[in-house]
Design a binder for this molecule. Structure first.
Ligand code: ZN
Length: 158
C-alpha cells in the first residue's frame, strides 16, 4: 500500500474535514490557527493544505489546494478532481469529531459503551469507538445521509 495522503483543512472547511474523516482520511482541522501555523503544521506533519483562502493557497505552493465552492458536495467533488484516487465510500477508521482512530467495540459485554443505545448494541453487528474521545459509530440513519451526500458529490466521477 502506498502512503496515504493526509490533510489539514482551514477554518472554513470544517464540514469537509468531517466528510474526509468519514472517508477514512487523517484530517487535521485548523481551527483558530493562523496561516503561518497552518503552513508550519503542514510541513512538519506532511499534510496537504485544503483552503478556500487564495493567499494561503499561494503561500502553501505545491502543498496547498484552493477550493472554490462553499458547498460540501461541490467541495468533495473538487477534492476528487484534484485527487482522482480519493476514496468515495464511508470507512469506520477515523473519528469525524476529533480525527482519532476508531476501534471495533468488544460485543462480548452486555452493556453498551457510553453513547450507544441498548437497542443499537443489541441489534447492530459492529460498533466502532473513537480511541481519543469515545464517540461511537455504527451503520444507521446518520451514515445513510452521509452516503447519499457522498454519492451525489461523486456521481459525475464514478
Ligand atoms: Zn473522537
Amino acid at each position: 500500500m502506498t502512503e496515504e495522503v493526509r490533510w489539514i483543512a482551514d477554518e472554513m472547511l470544517g464540514k469537509l474535514a468531517r466528510y474526509l474523516r468519514f472517508l477514512g482520511y487523517d484530517v487535521r482541522y485548523a481551527k483558530d490557527m493562523k496561516d503561518g501555523e497552518i503552513l508550519e503544521a503542514a510541513r512538519a506533519e506532511g499534510r496537504i493544505i485544503l483552503t478556500r483562502d487564495e493567499l494561503l493557497a499561494r503561500r502553501g505552493k505545491a502543498r496547498a489546494f484552493r477550493l472554490i465552492s462553499p458547498e460540501i458536495e461541490r467541495q468533495l467533488s473538487e477534492v476528487r478532481r484534484l485527487f482522482p484516487t480519493l476514496r468515495t465510500e464511508v470507512q469506520f477508521l477515523r473519528c469525524s469529531v476529533c480525527n482519532g482512530n476508531l476501534v471495533i467495540a468488544d460485543k462480548s459485554t452486555p452493556a453498551p459503551p457510553k453513547g450507544v443505545p441498548q437497542n443499537v448494541w443489541d441489534t447492530i453487528h459492529e460498533v466502532s469507538i473513537c480511541t481519543s474521545c469515545g464517540h461511537a459509530y455504527w451503520e444507521g440513519t446518520h451514515t445513510e445521509e452521509i452516503r447519499q451526500t457522498l454519492a451525489r458529490a461523486f456521481q459525475d466521477r464514478p
